[in-house]
Design a protein. Structure first.
Length: 105
């Protein structure tokens, strides 16, 4: 559901988007719940950006942590700042109790 004001009477209307209404550059039709007049509306998608510090992109070392993965043997190490991934070292497998991939042969 989304809210939109009627262009005729100004009443706030709930728009049911379950059967469409998300497509951009298309006029969608609806009717006012107050004055019962039909009107059209269009949809715009707005992008919001948020910034984060990434010390590893400025010369500091990556801060790798194990991913939460199932099964556990698929775990990778991922930097908490830039999301760079790498394989675990044998020492990290022991430290975090991550098994190696089983041999299915």
């Amino acid at each position: 559901m989304s809210d939109i004001n009627c262009p005729y009477c100004g009443a706030e209307n709930d728009i049911d988007l379950s059967d469409g209404g998300y497509e951009q550059d298309i006029l969608h039709e609806t009717s006012c719940s107050e004055c019962d007049k039909n009107f059209t509306f269009n949809t715009s998608i707005i992008y919001h950006h948020e910034s984060f510090k990434a010390p590893c992109l400025n010369g500091e070392p990556h801060s790798f942590k194990p991913t939460h993965t199932f099964p556990k043997f698929f775990t990778k190490m991922e930097c908490e700042y830039c999301e760079q991934r790498r394989e675990l070292t044998p020492e990290e497998r022991i430290k975090f109790n991550i098994p190696s991939k089983p041999d299915l042969n």
